[in-house]
Design a protein around this ligand. Structure first.
Ligand SMILES: Nc1ncnc2c1ncn2[C@@H]1O[C@H](COP(=O)(O)OP(=O)(O)OP(=O)(O)O)[C@@H](O)[C@H]1O
Ligand SMILES: [Mg+2]
Length: 417
C-alpha cells in the first residue's frame, strides 16, 4: 500500500463497526444458543430458575446482550425496564428507592392498571401502602417514621407490581439491572442490599414468577449472590459469557463488512481474530480502525500492518492507560510482575517477585474486582484483557527510555538493560 491509500480523514468510505460501551454491534455474533435459551425461559411456566445472573469480564458484550434480552422479552409480551446501577446502590435504602421507582414505572405501563384507571390512587398509595399480600403472606408495613425499612419498601414494590400483573394479560415484568456486581453486602457497614433484594424477591416469587430480575455484571456478581443467600442458587440461572469462538469472531467481522460493500482479506480476518482472541470490544475497535484509516474498499493484511502501530498507540491511550492508571501503585506492581511471565501465574510465583509488597493475595483480589485479572485455576491468575500484557511491557519499555533520556544516558544503551 502506498501512503496515498492511508485514508484522508474523515474517511468517506462506509465504516460498519461500532466500538463502544453498550453500543449494539452491527452483527451480534456467537450468541444464538444463549438467546434461544433465553426465549425458552420466557415461555417456561414455572421456570426452572425465576431469574438470571449474566456475568462476564469487561467488554465481553453483557450490556449489549441485556438490551437484546429486553427487546426479545418485550416482543414476547413482557414489560421490561433496564437500569444501570451505580455506587450509591450499595446502600439498601437507596437500592430500595430505585426498585420502588422502577416498579412504579412498570406499573404505569401495565395494561390492567390503565384499564381500571387507578393510576392516581395507586401513585399515592405507592409511598405508604396500607396492606399488601405477597402470595399467602399478608404484610402490614405499619410505618412509624419517615424512613421505612428497605426490606418493606422493596417487598411492597415487588408485591404491588406482582398484584397489578396478576390482572394483566401480560406474562409478567422483568427488571434488567446492569453493573449489579456493585451490590455486595457489607457486614462492616451494616449494609445488606443484596440479601434484602433476594429475600423480598424470593418472597414474591414463591407462588408466581411474574416479576423476574436479570442481574448483569462482572464475575464477582455470582460470588456475591452466593454469599448473600445460599438459596440464591435456586433463584438464579447463572450464565457467563466470554470471548467469541473463532468462527463467531470471523462472522463478527465479515458479516458487517459484507453489508457495507467493503471487505478484508482472509489473512487479515485471521490476524485480527488471533490478536484480539475474539474479545468483542477489540473486534469492533480493530475493524473500525482499519476501515477508518485505510482508504481502500478491500483491505489486505499488508495494508493493515502499515497502520498497526498507530492502532496500538490509540488503544494504549484510549483503553489500557486509563485502566492501568486507575489501579493504585501496589496493584500496578502486581500487574507488572504478572506481565513478566508469558502466561497464567501462580501466587507462589508472584510473591517472591513482590517481596516488598504486603498481602499480594488481597491485591490480586482487588484486580479481579476491577476486571483486570481473572482466576484461571487454583491460585492461578491471568490478564482478563487480551493484549494487556504486551501493553504493560510496552509501557515499561517507554518508562525506562524516558527515565534514561531524562538522566542523560544514551537511549540505545537503555534498551539493552
Ligand atoms: N456478540 C458480539 N458480536 C460482536 N460485537 C459485540 C458482541 N457483543 C458485544 N460486542 C461489541 O463489544 C463492545 C462491548 O460491548 P458491551 O458494552 O456490551 O460490553 P460489556 O460486557 O457490557 O462491557 P463492560 O463490562 O465494560 O460494561 C461493543 O462495541 C459491542 O458492540
Ligand atoms: Mg456493560
Amino acid at each position: 500500500m502506498n501512503t496515498s491509500a492511508l485514508a484522508r480523514q474523515p474517511n468517506p468510505l462506509p465504516n460498519p463497526f461500532r466500538p463502544g460501551n453498550g453500543v449494539a454491534p452491527p452483527y451480534l455474533a456467537g450468541r444464538d444458543r444463549l438467546l434461544a435459551a433465553f426465549e425458552d425461559w420466557l415461555l417456561e411456566q414455572p421456570p426452572l430458575h425465576a431469574n438470571w445472573a449474566l456475568t462476564g469480564l469487561r467488554g465481553t458484550g453483557k450490556t449489549v446482550l441485556l438490551g437484546e434480552f429486553a427487546t426479545r422479552s418485550e416482543r414476547a409480551g413482557w414489560l421490561t425496564l433496564q437500569h444501570e446501577l451505580g455506587d450509591r446502590h450499595r446502600d439498601d435504602v437507596r437500592l430500595a428507592e430505585a426498585i420502588a421507582e422502577d416498579c412504579k414505572a412498570l406499573i404505569g405501563r401495565a395494561d390492567a392498571l390503565a384499564a381500571v384507571g387507578q393510576a392516581v390512587e395507586r401513585g399515592a398509595r405507592w409511598l405508604r401502602p396500607k396492606r399488601i399480600r405477597v402470595g399467602q403472606v399478608s404484610i402490614d408495613p405499619s410505618y412509624t417514621d419517615d424512613a421505612p425499612a428497605a426490606a418493606n419498601v422493596m417487598g411492597n414494590a415487588f408485591g404491588q407490581l406482582d398484584s397489578v400483573l396478576s390482572h394483566s394479560e401480560r406474562p409478567g415484568a422483568i427488571l434488567l439491572y446492569d453493573e449489579a456486581h456493585l451490590l455486595a453486602d457489607d457486614r462492616g457497614r451494616e449494609r445488606f442490599p443484596l440479601s434484602t433484594l433476594l429475600a423480598t424477591l424470593g418472597a414474591v416469587q414463591r407462588e408466581h414468577q411474574r416479576v423476574r430480575i436479570i442481574l448483569c455484571g462482572l464475575p464477582t456478581l455470582s460470588l456475591n449472590l452466593k454469599r448473600a443467600r445460599t438459596y440464591s442458587e435456586r433463584m438464579f440461572r447463572h450464565v457467563s459469557i466470554g470471548n467469541l469462538e473463532l468462527d463467531a469472531a470471523e462472522e463478527a467481522l465479515a458479516i458487517p463488512l459484507a453489508g457495507s460493500g467493503r471487505s478484508f482479506g482472509l489473512s487479515l480476518i485471521g490476524e485480527i481474530c488471533e490478536q484480539t482472541a475474539g474479545y468483542p470490544y477489540f473486534l469492533q475497535f480493530f475493524g473500525a480502525f482499519a476501515c477508518s484509516r485505510i482508504g481502500l474498499e478491500h483491505i489486505e493484511l499488508a495494508d493493515f500492518q502499515r497502520v498497526e502501530s498507530a492502532l496500538l498507540y490509540e488503544l494504549d491511550l484510549a483503553f489500557f492507560e486509563d485502566r492501568f492508571e486507575g489501579a493504585p501503585p501496589t496493584e500496578q506492581l502486581v500487574l507488572e510482575a504478572m506481565a513478566r511471565d508469558t502466561g497464567p501465574v501462580t501466587l507462589r510465583r508472584l510473591r517472591p517477585q513482590l517481596s516488598g509488597v504486603a498481602s499480594v493475595d488481597l491485591l490480586v483480589r482487588r484486580l479481579i474486582e476491577r476486571g483486570l485479572v481473572y482466576r484461571t485455576g487454583r491460585a492461578t491468575y491471568d490478564f482478563a484483557l487480551p493484549l494487556f500484557r504486551s501493553f504493560i511491557r510496552r509501557r515499561r519499555q517507554l518508562t525506562r527510555l524516558t527515565r534514561t533520556v531524562r538522566s542523560g544516558q544514551n537511549a540505545e544503551n537503555a534498551r539493552d538493560t
